[in-house]
Structure formats: structure tokens, C-alpha cells
Design a protein around this ligand. Structure first.
Ligand code: 48H
Length: 265
């Protein structure tokens, strides 16, 4: 019987421990470097991803903190699991910017694959140098005497899921973006601990109104904290829009512009 040959003279032999060391060593370097950020984006849905790509393209040090294993937030599922999203004319240039294909349905409704949209915006954010911390959730903020958010308190999602009593770690950030969608988590954290943030709550479905007003709700709501995407509409007391995503992309872009000018100050 012939014995299988697994090794040849010229081929590098893979060492399991070297693989482990490579992962731990590289991630430790990234974490040490990225625990001091220009901008922390909480939530990797469409608005957070767009913001990350745009800020990264400006050469800023951006970390995206996402509590789930996968990025993309509510965009993967399109409408009621049909993996298609609609984008209106105002945001079509952003589909072009990210190289997302689309087809025009009737007049002015541009339809794209939700999977392609998540993949391409994420790819743009990675290419632009944004670093992702997935399976990590924000559980608190750092606010000191200057009454400004200067850091985020983070922990690992599996720790939250298992209810283990393990203390979190803290990272420093000059600007924080709340891109946590309907829950507007960071805004709630600040308000619930006495920060002067007013959260009006999300309204009924009214797509045209929601999409028309989202940019006016995308703003700094507390020193060092900008809200974007569905979080902006939830904080601003605005209506919802269903699976039309132009506003999410435009809001992420505006949040990036606001963060950039805040960083210049
Ligand atoms: C880390 C967290 C935490 C936390 C939550 O919901 P998202 O997709 O957010 P947006 O605003 O970019 O997009 C909204 C859109 O998907 C949507 O829901 C629309 C258009 N709805 C319209 C309608 O009428 O219903 O993504 C938010 C992300 C998610 O991935 C969360 O897991 C993450 O934020 N997140 N990450 N720490 N504490 N809380």
C-alpha cells in the first residue's frame, strides 16, 4: 500500500502555533494603534460604512465598532428579505462612487443588489484604511470635566451574551459617530446618564418626508457626538422610510464631512 506524501523538501511546513502567533501579534498591534482614534463609528450599517469609507478616504484614523459578527446592519435583507434596495436620484452618485450597479425602475427608482451594496461599501472602507472591530459593542462613553465625549467603553459581544461579569476596555476618540440605527444607542447612553441630549423618537412610515429631512437631523447632538442614518431620524423625531437607502448613504457622507470639520477645530 502506498503512503500519502504530505511534505516535500521545498514546501514550507505550516505550524499551527505560528498561525496563532501571527493572528494575536497582528491584532495586538492594530488594537494598540487604534485605541486612539480620530473618529470612532459605532455601528456598521449603511450609514456607518459610508461614513467610514469617506473619512478613510480623507486619510483619517477611523475605527468601526460593530456588535455583530458581520457588518452591513439592516441592508443585507433589502425589503422583507428580498435582497434589493432602492436608491433615489439624489444619492445615485454614491452608488457610482462605490461602483455599485443599479437598474432604473420606473422613473427615478434605482434598484441595486443589497449584497453588492454592503460588499462594495465595506470594501471601499477597508481600502481607505478603516479598521473594523466586530463582535465588539459600546456599553458606555467617557465624558470628563470638559463635558465632551472623549472615549468609548467597549466589551466583547460574547461576554454580553453569556452575561459574564467581566470589565470592559476603553478607547480614545476625538469624534464619535452614532450609526447604531433605530436604537440610537450612543445618544441613549449619553442621555440616560444625564447628558443634555433630547431624543424625540422615531415616527411612522413616511418615506418621502424621512428621506427629505434626514440630512437636517444628521448633526452634532452633544460635544463630540454626531448622529447619522436611522439614529439621526430617531433622535430627531423623524418618520421612517423602509427599504429606500439613499438617505442612509447621504447621511453617512454628511456625518463624515461634519467629523472632518470638527477635527480641524
Ligand atoms: C456596536 C452596535 C451597537 C452597539 C447597534 O441598523 P443599521 O443598518 O443602521 P443605519 O442607520 O446605517 O441603517 C438603517 C437601515 O438599515 C434601516 O434599518 C432602515 C433604512 N430602516 C428603515 C425603516 O423604516 O425601518 O446598522 C446599525 C448597526 C447594526 O449593525 C448593529 O449591530 C450596530 O449598529 N450596533 N454596534 N455597539 N452598542 N448597537
Amino acid at each position: 500500500m502506498k503512503t500519502k506524501v504530505y511534505e516535500s523538501e521545498n514546501k514550507m511546513k505550516l505550524d499551527e502555533v505560528a498561525i496563532s502567533r501571527a493572528i494575536v501579534s497582528e491584532q495586538s498591534k492594530v488594537m494598540l494603534d487604534y485605541y486612539d482614534l480620530d473618529c470612532a463609528i459605532v455601528g456598521a450599517g449603511p450609514s456607518g460604512l459610508t461614513c467610514a469609507a469617506m473619512l478613510g478616504e480623507e486619510g483619517l484614523k477611523v475605527g468601526v465598532i460593530e456588535k455583530k459578527l458581520s457588518v452591513g446592519g439592516g441592508m443585507w435583507g433589502g425589503g422583507m428579505t428580498f435582497p434589493r434596495i432602492v436608491v433615489q436620484e439624489e444619492a445615485r452618485r454614491l452608488l457610482d462612487h462605490f461602483g455599485i450597479k443599479y437598474r432604473e425602475y420606473e422613473s427615478g427608482y434605482f434598484v441595486s443588489s443589497s449584497v453588492e451594496a454592503v460588499a462594495k461599501i465595506t470594501s471601499a472602507a477597508c481600502d481607505a484604511g478603516a479598521e473594523f472591530f466586530n463582535l465588539t459593542y459600546v456599553e458606555d462613553v467617557v465624558i470628563k470635566g470638559d463635558n465632551r465625549i472623549s472615549g468609548l467603553v467597549i466589551n466583547q459581544t460574547p461576554i454580553q451574551m453569556t452575561g459574564l461579569h467581566i470589565d470592559p476596555l476603553t478607547l480614545a476618540t476625538k469624534v464619535t459617530i452614532d450609526a447604531t440605527g433605530h436604537d440610537s444607542v450612543v445618544a441613549h447612553l449619553v442621555r440616560d446618564k444625564g447628558g443634555s441630549v433630547e431624543i424625540k423618537g422615531e415616527g411612522f412610515m413616511w418615506a418621502d418626508r424621512a428621506e427629505s429631512n434626514i440630512l437636517s437631523h444628521t448633526k452634532e447632538i452633544f460635544p463630540g457626538l454626531i448622529v447619522t442614518g436611522m439614529a439621526a431620524n430617531a433622535v430627531g423625531g423623524e418618520t421612517r422610510m423602509g427599504p429606500v437607502f439613499g438617505g442612509m448613504l447621504l447621511s453617512g457622507e454628511k456625518a463624515a464631512k461634519l467629523a472632518k470639520s470638527a477635527l480641524k477645530k
